[in-house]
Write a protein that binds this ligand. Structure first.
Ligand code: PGA
Length: 235
């Protein structure tokens, strides 16, 4: 329809994503905007709790986040790309060359933890709890980037999304620790309200993002392989 084409020529897209997804959303948006140059895009990035608040407040058209804990029939929740959480240490960490490290080995490590409201934080705390361990929290930081710098600065180890480490996988002073039970295999979902019809732009972006997923998965595999290679070189 002509009106549809017009919509895609000029429309607006408001996207809200959790911090782990900010490493891939711009890339998808880049490809999308190349195809539909007239669309004006805004990308909101915040932690899980705040994204779910934005969802409740109808602030954006579409959201990328982990699955909401309670099932809400009114929210469409489409499984999207994997979001593996990995243990990260400085490259000279004594465990960086080890394989199959028992999680108990982390009990004595200084841990850098994200802020309350972060999905990563909840997953890490739950993982330690399930293993019957109390993490030794050295500091709390509200940014994945600041955490990476804190690790390099020698403040401790942390758990981050592999997506956030793609650039460092090519040698950024960081290593992945091969700890039992990790990666914690999370998955993003594309969320939107069922009762509120998606705009043509949002619907088109949704399909575009789903079609883009294999590329995201491929980048993840490459990042994992590069870190595995580093571990072998350290041995
Ligand atoms: P967050 O995002 O830690 O920034 O909340 C991670 C997630 O929910 O996967």
């Amino acid at each position: 329809k002509l009106s549809d084409l017009k919509g895609l020529k000029r429309g607006r897209l408001r996207l809200g994503v959790v911090t782990t997804a900010k490493y891939v959303a711009p890339e998808i948006l880049g490809a999308f905007c190349k195809k539909y140059p007239g669309i004006e895009v805004s990308l909101g990035v915040t932690n899980r709790e705040h994204i779910l608040e934005r969802l409740m407040g109808h602030d954006d058209d579409l959201y990328v986040a982990g699955q909401p804990r309670e099932v809400n029939e009114q929210i469409e929740c489409i499984p999207f790309a994997p979001n593996p959480l990995v243990v990260v240490a400085r490259i000279d960490h004594p465990l960086a060359c080890e394989r199959d490290i028992p999680i108990e080995a982390l009990a004595g490590e200084s841990l850098i933890l994200r802020e309350p409201g972060s999905g990563i934080r909840d997953a890490v705390v739950k993982c330690f709890e399930q293993a019957g361990l109390t993490p030794r929290v050295r500091m709390q930081l509200g940014s994945n980037e600041a955490i990476k710098h804190a690790i390099v600065g020698g403040l401790g180890i942390s758990v981050l999304s592999l997506h956030s480490l793609r650039l460092e996988s090519a040698g950024g002073g960081l290593a992945l620790l091969d700890v039992q039970g990790f990666p914690i295999m999370r998955r993003w979902h594309l969320l939107h309200w069922r009762g509120r019809e998606l705009s043509l732009v949002a619907r088109t972006f949704l399909d575009f993002a789903i079609a883009y997923e294999p590329e995201i998965a491929e980048r993840l595999r490459n990042a994992q392989a590069a870190f595995d290679q580093t571990r072998e070189m350290l041995r």
